[in-house]
Design a protein around this ligand. Structure first.
Ligand code: DAH
Length: 340
């Protein structure tokens, strides 16, 4: 009898488990109602008196050892749980990803910087415009067919309030409040009621340039634009292709000679080597009169370029939608500064 108690004690000492269920089974096996300890004690009566002392001691040892074992394993289990839920404050933190400038902002800032070197300041105007600043003052009176060149979003069916279709509206706002000479640049968002595709979008960015002083000539315009394309693209060959805008006379499209060195150049320029980046012209005398600037004393030039279009040329990204989807994988590719 005593021998079998001894064996049980060895069994208890050898037991190990990290499993709560196994530990509970162990407890039932040894200390439960019908467990080993109670069974042993039932046999106590039939133990010969001279062995009773030793038997009792052994039985007690078994009980204590089993209880100790259970307490020890349970404590271990609890401490494991605790450490699993506890933060390790010595670990290094989750790295903070630093953002980068949006490609449109990079290109815009670069253009602003290039013009600031030749004395152009900045001016802006509202995105929600009235008819006067977006159209009428720019020599586009009501029912003028050229209004159809730019499909307009009107605000709440009010034909007088609209989302500006071009940054040329800022020219008017600036000229209404300043007397020449001045030269300003107006970057901003513009809106047109157009389908969204790889090539067109209902919202995009333009930069308007305006220079008014005495004796400003078309040669000044061309030289300014040539300076600009040389600084921005490293391309100094430009062409001013005759065109029509109601607010300038004469008017021209600005083409840059991109070259035909690579297959991409062929594709981008449709085999011509030339790329259009915007429109320009000498400010129409009517426009100057509309803002109370005497066209007999002053003349000026204006131009408007598309920022997405220029970004496309610099980054070779042919789908305008990518600029507005805010896909982090796309945006993260742009450096903090545009090093050209
Ligand atoms: N506003 C024109 C457009 O959005 C671009 C433009 C053309 C602006 C000629 C000008 C200009 O200042 O002189 O298509």
């Amino acid at each position: 009898m005593i021998d079998s108690i001894e064996k049980y004690i060895q069994q208890i000492e050898a037991f190990a488990s990290k499993d709560a269920k196994e530990i509970e089974e162990f407890r039932i096996q040894f200390l439960g109602k019908k467990g080993v300890f109670n069974q042993i004690m039932e046999g106590f009566k039939s133990v010969p008196p001279e062995q009773k002392k030793e038997f009792g001691q052994k039985a007690n040892t078994l009980k204590n050892k089993a209880q100790e074992k259970i307490d020890q394993l349970k404590a271990q289990l609890d401490s494991n749980k605790e450490s699993a839920s506890q933060e390790d404050f010595t670990k290094s933190g989750i790295p903070l990803e630093s953002g980068s400038m949006h490609p449109i902002a990079l290109v815009r800032d670069k253009i602003i910087e290039i013009f600031s070197r030749i004395g152009f300041g900045l001016s802006d105007g509202p995105e929600i415009e009235d008819d006067w600043h977006n159209f009428t003052a720019l020599n586009l009176p009501e029912f003028h067919p050229a209004r159809d060149m730019q499909d307009t979003f009107f605000v709440e069916q009010n034909p007088d309030i609209l989302l500006r279709t071009h940054t040329s509206s800022v020219q008017i706002r600036y000229m209404e409040n300043h007397q020449p000479p001045f030269r300003i640049l107006s970057p901003g968002r513009v809106f047109r009621n157009e389908d969204i595709s790889a090539r067109s979008h209902c919202m995009f960015h333009q930069i308007e340039g305006l220079y008014v002083a005495e004796n400003v000539s078309f040669a000044d315009l061309k030289q300014t634009l040539q300076y600009f394309t040389t600084e921005l693209f490293g391309k100094s060959k430009i062409r001013l292709r005759p065109s029509y805008f109601p607010f300038t006379e004469p008017s021209a499209e600005i083409d840059v000679y991109w070259g035909l060195e690579t297959p991409t150049d062929y594709k981008m320029t449709k085999g011509t080597g030339w790329l259009e980046i915007g429109g320009c012209g000498m400010i129409d005398p009517n426009v100057l009169s509309n803002v109370n600037i005497d066209p007999d004393v002053y003349s000026g030039f204006a131009f408007g370029v598309g920022v997405e279009r220029i970004a496309l040329l610099l980054y070779q990204i042919g789908d305008i939608r990518m600029y507005f989807e805010n896909d982090q994988r796309f945006l993260a590719q742009f450096a903090k500064e545009l090093n050209l």
